[in-house]
Design a protein around this ligand. Structure first.
Ligand SMILES: [Ca+2]
Ligand SMILES: [Ca+2]
Length: 157
């Protein structure tokens, strides 16, 4: 019954020439789509909230081995805050994010493919096993760098 209702609603909207959102999940990422299109080519961007909302923690064409120190594109309060990330790199490389703070790309990692464009909610993602523990990526990214996809053992979805 719900399906029939939805179909009728979509037909009614189509008849009016309206754009019909395909699913709730895709609609929820519309803001990341918009951000991706408006972001300068070459950048990785991290946001404090889901769906590319919240504080813009930083953006860069380069790497940062410690999001918690006072140098580079990510500093101090940016550490362990990212909840969505956006990839508009042009090299074809993935962005590899790491868990451990102040350890220069240590701990578990999770990579964002160029073709993925963005991860709108990092609570769905996990780092590779580190010290026998699997940790969630949300509010836990502490460094990043650009690497060939083949270097990655785990990818954000
Ligand atoms: Ca956050
Ligand atoms: Ca830094």
């Amino acid at each position: 019954m719900r399906r029939i209702t939805a179909t009728l609603a979509m037909l009614a909207l189509a008849g009016l020439g309206a754009t019909v959102p395909a699913t709730g999940a895709q609609a929820a990422s519309a803001h990341c789509d918009e951000k991706w299109h408006n972001t300068r080519a070459g950048l990785v961007v991290a946001y404090g909230g889901t769906n590319c909302y919240g504080d813009v923690l930083g953006w860069t064409e380069s790497w940062d081995s410690d999001w918690g120190n006072v140098s580079g594109p990510f500093e101090q309060g940016d550490d362990n805050q990212a909840t969505s990330v956006l990839h508009k790199g042009t090299s074809g490389y993935a962005v590899q994010f790491f868990n451990e703070t102040g350890q220069d790309w240590a701990g578990g990692h999770s990579c964002l493919r160029k073709s993925e464009l963005y991860a709108s909610d990092l609570s769905d993602n996990y780092f590779t096993v580190s010290g026998g523990v699997v940790r969630g990526v949300n509010n836990a990214i502490s460094s990043h760098r650009w690497v060939p996809e083949a270097t990655c053992d785990k990818f954000m979805t």
